[in-house]
Design a protein around this ligand. Structure first.
Ligand SMILES: CC(=O)SCCNC(=O)CCNC(=O)[C@H](O)C(C)(C)COP(=O)(O)OP(=O)(O)OC[C@H]1O[C@@H](n2cnc3c(N)ncnc32)[C@H](O)[C@@H]1OP(=O)(O)O
Ligand SMILES: CC(=O)C(=O)O
Length: 557
């Protein structure tokens, strides 16, 4: 077995970015990777450029044994990373050679092995039920055995910080035993995750000064300080950092690989990833969330969809001058995007920036901006919400900028009835009368509910005239009942997400009646689509909606 260094990372062996998603990350409640998943995760981490990928505990979990076997057979071709097998030191009262669990680490053919060892006297005496001499011998024997077999060995000193506070001598003896037996890195673990950054950094500095060993850090997130603790440890002298994708891990999780890497690269100037790697952080984070089957956390630092989303008008007014006035970094440096959200908290600058993003130029149009912001604030106070409904907002901005969207049809009227017959399902029936393509068209359709029936009738009426209509589908439909102010009725807010197979767009409708709220959102969806394909009539919240009668079209039934 040849010793394998992490290849092709700018800092080479000087700094280790070590990922344990496939071992510690998999200890998170709710995650269960298949072997295929594990191979896919490893490939993504390697693409990103981490130096070490801990693949699991061969010999303890059959899936992990299979993962290493398939990796060894060539299913995993790593460009950057070295593969690491994780396991424990030999059992008490045996030899490393005779311990099947240690043998399984060798059989995995991983070039690097990380051994977990107890370094807290209380754990040694009460969990292992051995004395400190035997605990040190377990470490020494196992490290020596594996290094003689050509493996590079790292030692995870479990419960190090708590153990060092309780019995410093014991914890130091464990580190000593590993280092003198040939372990390359002594990883100080905050296993219970109870440390805070200042105290942890002070301990790291002390250990570094006392021992001169190469140190690593492994932080659980029980105080929500795993990322801060990891970064503080680097500042205090560790050159090996263990993390997991999106902070997955036992209990409250681990140090988030993406936040730690973002901090190391953008704050400490450490090139821990190959060129271009940092710009892949957001993509890889989301891809790994997909494999774990966990919805990405939108507010995750650096990589979350909201990490650079600005809602406050005052933020937008400064961002208009220079985006870095309200962003701690350029979002694109980690593969993310800045977004301006338009809500009741928006100001004119927010609308100008949003207009730029949506292709509606409002720069140098103070009157249009004032009118638009007044309308947005009024509508939001009435229950409209544009934050997630960019398509409706675009229609509103177009209206204010005097480049109104043109609706492809005009409504004369619609009617919906519900038919509840004994011993039968409830059936909804809708009739729409519209003017489209110079004709007056009347269509009737049934549906399982009133909105379904209305949508079906509208499609029936418009389909012969709008060639693109069949490609447009409803992707999502959300309803929220908003309590009215005292003395007013509740209103219903409907968000409709539409897709044409290539794009998705969201529209909003608000009304005291759920059918009308849905109608408004449905109409905006079609008007928005038509702006990309065909001319028609004006629409948008605050503009004469397609529901407004008065079309010049001929009355042809
Ligand atoms: C801090 C961490 O997260 S470390 C990673 C922890 N991960 C896991 O535990 C997941 C995988 N674990 C497993 O599959 C199982 O627990 C196994 C296969 C490792 C062990 O299973 P079992 O043999 O049934 O033992 P069990 O889990 O009940 O207890 C662990 C044994 O290992 C011993 N042990 C614990 N840590 C160490 C260590 N660092 N070195 C040597 N032995 C250890 C314990 O004293 C106990 O010994 P005992 O059986 O003589 O009481
Ligand atoms: C090794 C490890 O996972 C821990 O100490 O938390």
């Amino acid at each position: 077995m040849t010793r394998q260094e992490p290849a092709d990372t700018p800092l080479g062996d000087a700094f280790h970015l070590y990922d344990t998603t496939l071992r510690d990350g998999a200890q998170r409640e709710g995650i269960s990777y298949s072997v295929q998943d594990k191979l896919a995760v490893a490939r993504l981490l390697d693409e990103l450029g981490v130096g070490f990928i801990e693949g699991g505990w061969p010999g303890a979990l059959p899936k992990d044994t299979e993962f290493f076997a398939r990796a060894a057979k060539g299913e995993l071709q790593l460009k950057h990373a070295a593969l690491v097998a994780f396991g424990a030191t030999r059992k008490a009262g045996t030899t490393a050679e005779a311990d099947p669990q240690v043998q399984a680490l060798l059989d995995s053919e991983a070039p690097v092995v990380t051994l977990v060892a107890k370094s807290d006297l209380r754990h040694i005496e009460r969990a292992l039920r051995v004395d400190v001499d035997e605990a040190c011998a377990m470490v020494k024997d196992t490290v020596e055995f594996l290094t003689k077999e050509g493996r590079r060995v790292f030692l995870d000193a479990e419960h190090f910080f708590d153990g060092y506070a309780y019995s410093p001598e014991t914890s130091l003896r464990i580190l000593d035993a590993a280092a003198h037996a040939g372990a390359d890195v002594l990883v100080l673990c905050d296993t219970n995750g109870g440390q805070l950054p200042l105290g942890l950094a002070e301990t790291v500095r002390t250990i570094k000064e006392k021992t001169g060993f190469r140190l690593g850090i492994h932080c659980q997130d029980d105080t929500s300080c795993a990322v801060a603790n990891s970064v503080a440890a680097v500042q205090a002298g560790v050159t090996h950092v263990q993390c997991t994708a999106n902070g997955y891990g036992e209990r409250a999780g681990n140090a988030d690989l993406f936040a730690v890497t973002g901090n190391l690269v953008t704050k400490l100037g450490l090139d821990v990833l190959p060129t271009g790697g940092a710009a892949e952080l957001t993509r890889v984070s989301h891809a790994l969330a997909e494999i774990a089957n966990i919805a990405p956390y939108t507010h995750q630092a650096y990589v979350g969809a909201s990490a650079f989303a600005h809602k406050a008008g005052l933020h937008a007014s400064a961002i208009k001058v220079d985006p870095l006035l309200y962003n701690h970094i350029d979002p694109s440096s980690v593969g993310n995007d800045m977004r301006v959200l338009v809500t009741e908290m928006a100001g004119r600058a927010s609308l100008e920036l949003k207009g730029r993003e949506l292709g509606v130029d409002l720069a140098g149009r103070p009157e249009a901006l004032t009118s638009a912001i007044t309308k947005v604030k009024r509508l939001e106070s009435e229950g409209w919400s544009f934050e997630a409904a960019d398509a409706s907002l675009e229609l509103l901005l177009r209206q204010e900028a005097d480049v109104p969207a043109e609706a492809p049809f005009e409504l004369e009227s619609y009617r919906v009835v519900l038919d509840h017959r004994a011993d039968a399902e409830v059936v909804a029936e809708a009739t729409v009368k519209v003017h489209v393509g110079g004709q007056r068209v009347i269509a009737t359709a049934e549906g399982i509910g009133p909105v379904h029936a209305l949508d079906a009738a509208l499609r029936k009426a418009l389909s012969p005239h709008l060639s693109w209509l069949d490609s447009v589908e409803l992707a999502d439909y959300k309803v929220r009942i908003l309590q009215g102010h005292p003395g007013t009725d509740a209103v219903t807010r409907v968000l409709v997400q539409s897709t044409d197979g290539e794009r998705e767009w969201t529209t909003v409708g608000v009304h005291g009646n759920i059918v009308e709220a849905s109608w408004l959102a449905l109409c905006d969806a079609l008007v928005h689509k038509s702006t990309t394909v065909a001319p028609g009539l004006r629409s948008g919240p605050g503009a004469p909606p397609p529901g407004t009668p008065g079309s010049p079209a001929a009355d042809v039934d």
